[in-house]
Design a protein around this ligand. Sequence first.
Ligand code: AMP
Ligand code: GLY
Length: 425
Amino acid sequence: MKILVVGSGGREHALAWRLAKGGHELVVAPGNPGIEAVATCVPVAAMDLDGQVRLAIERGVDLVVVGPEAPLCAGLADRLRAAGVPTFGPGADGARLEGSKAFSKQLFARHGIRTAAFRVCGSVADADLAIAELAALAAPARRGVVVKADGLAAGKGVVVADDADQARAAARDMFDGRFGDAGARLVIEQRLGGREVSVMALTDGIRVEILAPAEDHKTLLDGDRGPNTGGMGTVSPAWIDDATLARVRDEVLLPTVAGLASEGVDYRGVLYAGIMIDDAGAPWLLEYNCRFGDPETQPVMARLEGDLGAVLHGAATGELVPGALTWDRRAAVCVVVAAAGYPESPRTGDEVTGLDAGADLTDVIVFHAGTARRGGAVVSAGGRVLGVTAIGDDVGAARVRAYAAVERIGLAGKQFRTDIGARGR
Ligand code: AMP
Ligand code: GLY
């Protein structure tokens, strides 16, 4: 097949790399310097909806895979399907699962999916009341309250507050415009305890195919300290066992797909569930993303066997056949190399060296996330610059390999966590 992948990050590099290995011809728009090794990159921005539709038609692609959430929320998949192009990614209606936290929490509530108690608030006074109420809830809550901007905020619109004072300050900050219109409405919720896992599932609107789970490391610093980021590293397989994963499928994913369908939403794409497993082993749904995780996709693609292109095409055309994907039994670890200043104000334009040296190691793939070409050099062009991904017989072996490659990468002021994969299972 000829496949167009929309996007330019590490997730899109990992998808293109895996699809190319399946023998498919890849066009990626806009892509990045790493992706050029496996695909034809065309400089059409992800948010240039007209340009993407034109490109898909001009190139006569059999399938479009949309990477990022913003074009999905803006209706790119609807536009492509209207033009007759099979597309993997939900329409704007389904993408509201990620685009509006209020919409998604209300959907979970309507369909009986276990989620933290919440209130949707439109004013400081509402928020203060909700915080007082939610901070007082007992188990399975942890002390504290979580304050979330309703709209898209590049993964930064969530404050996990330890107490009501912090929560009130965060709510005021958001209403004051910290995240622009995304913070005009807030979701305030009970803080849950437990351990997190990211579960991604492919769906054609009816059936689901669960991908190998991965565990993200969201905060900037070792030991889960520091500010939240888009993700500093991932491990697959995650610690979750098969029985708990089956509960995630039966109690979270399948009710979501059925609930969406019952409300007239034909969801064809990824449901990426952020799940908290409580001490009793019950899954709580934190949130959905309407696209593949970044950097979860990197280790997951490293382990995937089978023809991903055929499965994505099946999901896009309503004919998903579950069970077609198999997984390398070994483990994969992805360590994100981020720019100086990330996440607040990442510095760009620094030269990245050692890319070949890193990738020359056996079972190491250096996925580019935020890079650009400047003359003959590769330079940083975003907060998360690379996703250095390695495979090993177990998490420990994969981790050693990934860090050996990270050591070979040169980037002034580079930041990375040293404890990705060190938690054990
Ligand atoms: P979200 O964007 O909703 O996934 O939130 C980002 C991160 O905040 C999650 O990955 C969790 O680590 C944390 N978080 C979100 N909601 C809660 C909650 N109700 N209780 C505890 N932590 C949460
Ligand atoms: N790694 C978190 C995300 O993709 O949203």
